[in-house]
Every structure is written in structure tokens, then in C-alpha cells.
Write a protein that binds this ligand. Structure first.
Ligand SMILES: Cc1ncc(COP(=O)(O)O)c(C=O)c1O
Length: 374
């Protein structure tokens, strides 16, 4: 059978190799503590689960692509408090089925031949661009620049999208408002869309991160956010896109073709989640405690913190900059601790590993003890 050449060209996800190694270790009786996969595993707060249960109606009709007005209103209210921006819920906000599908689909609705992504990085912007038939340019995030991209290295004319992702997966770096200001001005000058993936905006341990919705001029700018991390709701699939009304309108035209309108009972639970900050403070405290216990232990084992102080990832330089996949596999064999080799996020990540602070506190403490006893 002939397959889409883009699909064929993607190759196996490198995480498959790590999964095989984890399975082999477990089969040998090793108790694996998985810091490799970045999936949140904290419990969804009870009031959100109750909101979901209470929203299941006897009659289940198709959800509208534009989302419930109540949810658009709750998101606008959250954005106003968090970023000081007054968004029009009718034209500047669109609920999405988690943020991954929206990140993937953006390239489908925009003209222009090229998509710029930062690297190392979350692979979805790149994959979405490839399926949309666009060329991909990787913009390196280097430690010596604080993991911020060099905007002058971008060939702006003819570019469709420039992606930013701060707080950054995998480096944990955050970006100053000036980066967004300059990137947005360049995007407007060259008719490019600046897309800011802010999935980790609420997971921070130093200063509260800035965001592109703080820009006074949001033309050509769209921001993606999600409840998966801040509200521990990855299974609900609930996020949003907000920003330039022209892009939002294009997405509203495109999305009914795909079938990605979020379920209304999930949208009602999302209203509850965006309307409360206490649970976000609480989950931040949990991640902070795990970060404190594991960072010191990784340092004792010879790793150094290379990345920033946000997200639930530690971006660690391997001892003496040694080969990251070899180090990760050795760590798994010797201690049962799985981390993601940095080169899995692209060649720019070589010499680093990413540790996700997602197991329970007890399991993180156990991992720390094993690292110290190594
Ligand atoms: C950088 C980044 N953006 C977006 C997402 C998508 O999250 P979700 O689809 O759960 O909203 C993730 C999830 O891992 C991510 O790491």
C-alpha cells in the first residue's frame, strides 16, 4: 500500500528505544522509576472531577467548533488576571481538544512556505508543518544565549509561522517580554504568524513567566495554553488558542472539517479549572518539592543543571558532557531510573538528559536515594 510520504518519512519516535529498554529492565525484575516521559500524573482536583460529572446531560448533541461561551468567558477572565489582557471571548478565544492538536493544525490554515521551530523541542509544531507540506527550519536554543532563539537568524520573508515555546520543553527556560515584543514586531513586518506555545506557563519556581498575551499589540500573535499541566488534566483534553482574530476566524472555518471540537461536559469542567488558582498553587508546591529533592541528587551523581527554573523538567548536562543516550541507558540499568536522552529532542540536545518530575513525591524521593547511593 502507498502511504503518505510525510508519514513514511517521520521514522520511529526515538522514545520507542527508551520504552524497549524500560520493558527489558522491568522484565529483569528492576523497579523502574520513570522520569523519562513528560506526562503529568498528579490527581485531577476533586472539584474539577465533580464539575465534569455534573455536566453529563442525558441528551448528547454535537459540540460547536467555536466552543461554549461560558468557557470562552472563563478563559478571557483568566487571561485578564494572569496577563492583564482584555480579550474578546467572541473573536479572540477558541477552546481546543487539548493543545497538541491545535499546535499541529495551525500550519494547515496559514499561507507561506516555511515554519520555524525551536530546537531541541516538542516535536508537534514540526510534524504539523510537515503534514501541511511546509518546509521546516530548526532554530537552535543554546545554553550560551540562555536558551533564547536568535531572531535575526530567521529568514522572515515567506515564512508562515515562527514557533516559540516558553517556559520551554525540554530546557525549562523562560523568555523575557522583550523577546515576544521583538518577535511580534518582526512577524507583523513580514506577514508571519508568531505562535507561542505556553503549555507550561503556570509551572514555575523562580519568577512568574511572561507571556505573549501581555503584548499590547497582539496582531499576528496567537498563544496556545492547556489545562493538562496546570490542572493535572491531560486525559480531559482541554486547551485554548487566543490572539489575533484573523487567525482565530481561520481556525473556526477549518476546524469543523476535522472534528476536534471539545466535548461540552469537558468544557464545563474546564470552566471550573480556569476559575480557580488555589489548586494551581498547590500543584506548583508539589512539583517544587520534587524538584528540590531530585535536583540535589542528580547533582550529587555528577549531573549539572543546564536549563531554567520552570516546567516540570530538569534539563541536565551529563557528567563531563558524556553521550546522553549511553548515560541514560546506564542509569536505567544501574538504578532503574529512566530519563530522556537530550538527543531525542534533536541533535541540539546532545550531552543532556531531561528528567520529568512526574512520579509521586515518594517515588521521586526513592529515585533521589538511589542516585545518592550510586
Ligand atoms: C511544549 C508542549 N506543548 C504542548 C503540549 C500539549 O499538551 P496537551 O495536548 O496535553 O495540551 C505539550 C505536552 O506534552 C508540550 O510539552
Amino acid at each position: 500500500m502507498r502511504l503518505n510520504p510525510v508519514l513514511e518519512g517521520l521514522g520511529a519516535y526515538p522514545f520507542v528505544r527508551l520504552n524497549e529498554a524500560k520493558r527489558a529492565a522491568a522484565a529483569d525484575g528492576v523497579d523502574v522509576i520513570d522520569l523519562g516521559v513528560g506526562e503529568p500524573r498528579e490527581q485531577t482536583p476533586a472539584f474539577i472531577r465533580e464539575a465534569l460529572r455534573g455536566a453529563v446531560d442525558p441528551l448528547s448533541t454535537y459540540p460547536l467548533a467555536e466552543g461554549l461561551p461560558e468557557l470562552r468567558g472563563a478563559i478571557s477572565a483568566w487571561v485578564a488576571t494572569r496577563f492583564g489582557a482584555q480579550l474578546d471571548p467572541a473573536t479572540e478565544v477558541l477552546p481546543t481538544l487539548g493543545s497538541k492538536e491545535a499546535v499541529f493544525h495551525l500550519a494547515q490554515v496559514l499561507g507561506g512556505e516555511r515554519v520555524v521551530v525551536t530546537a531541541p523541542g516538542y516535536p508537534v509544531p514540526e510534524r504539523g508543518a510537515r503534514f501541511a507540506g511546509k518546509e521546516v527550519v530548526r532554530l537552535p536554543l543554546l545554553a550560551e544565549r540562555g536558551f533564547l532563539p536568535d531572531l535575526d537568524a530567521i529568514d522572515w520573508p515567506g515564512t508562515a509561522i515562527v514557533w516559540l515555546n516558553f517556559p520551554n520543553n525540554p530546557t525549562g527556560a523562560t523568555a523575557p517580554l522583550e523577546l515576544y515584543e521583538r518577535a511580534a514586531a518582526l512577524a507583523r513586518e513580514h506577514d508571519v504568524v508568531l505562535a507561542s506555545d505556553e503549555a507550561y506557563s503556570e509551572l514555575w519556581f523562580g519568577e512568574q513567566p511572561r507571556g505573549a498575551l501581555e503584548l499590547t499589540d497582539r496582531r499576528n500573535v496567537v498563544v496556545f495554553n492547556t489545562l493538562s499541566k496546570r490542572s493535572s488534566m491531560p486525559g480531559y483534553r482541554s486547551g485554548f488558542v487566543a490572539g489575533d482574530p484573523q487567525v482565530i476566524a481561520a481556525l473556526k472555518r477549518y476546524r469543523p472539517n476535522v472534528g476536534v471540537a471539545p466535548q461540552e461536559f469537558v468544557q464545563r469542567a474546564a470552566v471550573a479549572a480556569w476559575s480557580d488558582e488555589q489548586h494551581v498553587d498547590d500543584v506548583r508546591d508539589v512539583y517544587r518539592a520534587k524538584r528540590d529533592v531530585l535536583l540535589g541528587a542528580f547533582e550529587a551523581a555528577g549531573f549539572t543543571l543546564a536549563g531554567g527554573d520552570a516546567t516540570f523538567f530538569l534539563w541536565l548536562r551529563t557528567p563531563d558532557g558524556a553521550d546522553d543516550e549511553r548515560i541514560a541507558m546506564a542509569l536505567l540499568r544501574e538504578t532503574g531510573i529512566a530519563v530522556a536522552p537530550g538527543s531525542f529532542f534533536g541533535p541540539e540536545g546532545a550531552g543532556h538528559v531531561r528528567a520529568a518530575l512526574v512520579p509521586t513525591r515518594e517515588r521521586c524521593a526513592e529515585a533521589a536515594a538511589r542516585l545518592r547511593g550510586r
